[in-house]
Design a protein around this ligand. Sequence first.
Ligand SMILES: O=P(O)(O)OC[C@H]1O[C@H](OP(=O)(O)OP(=O)(O)O)[C@H](O)[C@@H]1O
Ligand SMILES: O=C(O)c1cc(=O)[nH]c(=O)[nH]1
Length: 185
Amino acid sequence: MGLRLLGVTTDQTLAADIDATCRLHGEFTLRSGQVSDTYFDKYLFEADPALLDRVAARMVELLPEGTELLGGLELGGIPIVTMVSAKTGIPAIFIRKKAKEYGTAKLAEGPSFSGKRVTLIEDVITSGGAVRDAVNALRPLGAVVDTVVCAIDRSPEPGESLRDVSLEIRSVLTRADLDAVNAAS
Ligand SMILES: O=P(O)(O)OC[C@H]1O[C@H](OP(=O)(O)OP(=O)(O)O)[C@H](O)[C@@H]1O
Ligand SMILES: O=C(O)c1cc(=O)[nH]c(=O)[nH]1
């Protein structure tokens, strides 16, 4: 059992099921431009209601106290944030990669978030770039953002990649968790 924040431990069965469902082998160019021989296709767990439910349940345990809104990042963060919101009753906002160019022209859809403590919900963190972009867009609009809860932190130093923007990362699973169950399978 790996140690997790707040006494929450790694769920080895969940790690094994996510690894078996999502791990792909090949040559993948990642969002950051890095090339990897491994890709965790989050849509494969998000499309499975039972697995999505289990990931979301772990995320609920990782939410910081005082979270007023849950902010899901387009696209992969949207199904997850919807499930976490349904489980907790905490309203969600849906954060676009860029503001819509017509209609309401919003960057984040849903209720007003200015002055609210928004906990971000993300699928995968590799370099932290997507989350960093979101934080840097939301803070000037008044959001109070100090934590992201993600399903998989596959960065080389889990929890560390967003220190430059003073953001705490809480992950359900790390790359090491997934590699460990994969090696044991
Ligand atoms: O930490 P990073 O280096 O930024 O990489 C991780 C990001 O890359 C993927 O986004 P992508 O835009 O591919 O995904 P989507 O399918 O969720 O829109 C993933 O969903 C993360 O948002
Ligand atoms: O870094 C990425 O773009 C990335 C890596 C990964 O394993 N899965 C994913 O959806 N995105």
